[in-house]
Write a protein that binds this ligand. Structure first.
Ligand code: TYD
Ligand code: MG
Length: 455
């Protein structure tokens, strides 16, 4: 057996090697040379004796589920994304770019939790108490039952828990706290993993609802890695364009509820405000009867969200045509533009194409495919799509339009905002009855073009 001591670990994927060098896994998967960083192995922890186990297998029907385990957060949008409240003893990771508003969100959540649950301990390992207090004052937060602590050493925090007895704990951020018995620097994979594991013990052992803030690297993964995502109960991402006021909280993993739920907030001087009707927000500045603008009804979890897609297709000024995509998947858009050219005969291969989701929104669903295709065609043909029409459908490589889920809820939401007709996949149109607006079913991209832009 290798003597205990150093290991060399990749800070991106967690690959460990006894020798220094670069990470072979990252080289294979992404072609990048990532240097391995030396880490001291954590001292062995005493395992439990197998002869006196603290846990044992239980018949499923005898498992106790405590009632009243969920607590309302006081913030409806957060409550929704968590799957219906904060669960006692749960470990929640909130990831996002620096400056997106994670600390602000948790500050507001902590205030609300202090009112409903009991004492909340906010460990601020990045900002001084004065900085947090200044923001709290600006947001009008008066901290009853809200304890603030600027401390980076997690073992010190743990030692104080018996005195403080918090019902909820916020660690801001997991990359700046550390355990002193590990020699690696805060933010390294080893520290993040061990701190995460320690907080898991604390959360489960004491029944404290624990929130971790995690910064995201520029590659878009949680820095100090996926190990945390496996460990925690719930992973939420807080996202948005830095130049836009709206923020979306998205569940990507949730042991206590469905994922794909989103919560929408608006940034204000006085903190984050909930946006109960996000569709109205996104469509507020929509140009009427402008070529290249299409509204799609996307479904985020159980909630329909209307978004405006915009495309600008223009003759390439020189060389290779450019494609620029904001708010949608770049490769998906390229694929859809190719389908439009090849299957519907629109010669846009030689054109520059820009696609954008208005208001800084984001589409992730294939149900928005047909909307993207139609927006591009509308811009190319210089013909607008009727302002009261929504477009829905997944597009396949042969130009076929495929069914989408939840047609009724999507159209209901559209009807509430004043839309009067819809282009939908034919298979959907045939099986649905009693839809809230007249629909035209289409089987192919060409069908849709024929209806919207007759010769
Ligand atoms: P902050 O919560 O510190 O971001 P993060 O913790 O993700 O790095 O927010 C960044 C800045 O934006 C901070 O100076 C406070 C400000 N802010 C507002 O003024 N209003 C808001 O609604 C939010 C979310 C942030
Ligand atoms: Mg912060």
């Amino acid at each position: 057996m290798r003597p205990r001591g150093s290991v060399y670990r990749c800070q991106q994927c967690g690959f460990a090697s006894p020798k220094a060098g670069t990470c072979p896994d990252c080289l294979r998967t992404s072609g990048e040379y990532v240097a391995l960083v030396e880490e001291r192995e954590a001292p062995a922890r005493g395992g439990r004796r197998a002869s006196s186990p603290a846990t044992r297998p239980t018949p499923l029907r005898d498992v106790l589920v405590e009632q009243g385990d969920r607590v309302r957060t006081g913030i409806g949008e957060l409550y929704r994304v968590l799957g219906g409240g904060v669960v006692r003893g749960s470990l929640v990771l909130i990831g996002g770019d620096p400056g997106i508003g994670k600390s602000s969100l948790l500050l507001q959540a902590a205030r609300a939790l202090a009112q409903t649950m009991g004492p909340v301990l906010y460990v601020s390992a990045e900002e001084s108490p004065a900085q947090v207090k200044m923001r709290a004052d600006r947001f009008g937060i008066i901290g009853d039952g809200f304890l603030l602590w600027a401390e980076n050493d997690l073992s010190v925090v743990q030692a104080q828990l018996d005195d403080v007895k918090p019902r909820a704990l916020v660690i801001d951020s997991i990359q700046t706290v550390f355990l002193p018995d590990l020699e690696s620097a805060p933010g390294s994979v080893a520290q993040v993993r061990e701190c995460g594991a320690r907080l898991m013990q604390i959360a489960k052992g004491r029944g404290i609802a624990t929130f971790l803030v995690g910064h995201v690297t520029k590659e878009g993964t949680l820095a100090g890695p996926r190990v945390l995502e496996h460990l925690v109960d719930t992973v939420l991402y807080f996202e948005g364009e830095s130049h836009h006021a709206y923020r979306v909280l998205r569940a990507v993993k949730n042991r206590f509820g469905s994922t794909n739920e989103i919560g929408v907030f608006q940034m204000t001087e006085a903190g984050l405000a909930e946006v109960p009707n996000p569709s109205g927000f996104f469509l507020a500045e929509r140009p009427v009867d402008a070529p290249g603008s299409v509204v799609v009804a996307s479904l985020e979890g159980t909630r329909p969200l209307l978004l405006e897609l915009q495309a600008l297709v223009a003759r390439a000024s020189f060389g290779t045509p450019r494609r620029t995509v904001l708010g949608a998947d770049y490769n998906r858009v390229c694929l859809l533009l190719a389908v439009l050219e090849k299957r519907a005969g629109l010669p846009i291969g030689s054109q520059d194409a820009f696609v954008n989701v208005a208001g800084g929104g984001r589409v992730v669903e294939p149900a928005a495919d047909l909307g993207i295709v139609i927006a591009a065609a509308s811009s190319y043909l210089e013909k607008p799509v009727p302002g009261d029409t929504v477009v829905l459908g997944e597009v396949g490589l042969t130009g076929e339009v495929r069914a989408v889920s939840g047609l009724e809820v999507r159209l209901k939401a559209a009807a509430q905002l004043g839309f009067r007709s819809a282009i939908v996949p034919r298979s959907n149109a045939e099986e649905s009855k009693a839809l809230p607006m007249p629909v035209r079913g289409v089987a192919t991209v060409s069908d849709a073009l024929g209806i919207l832009f007759p010769e």
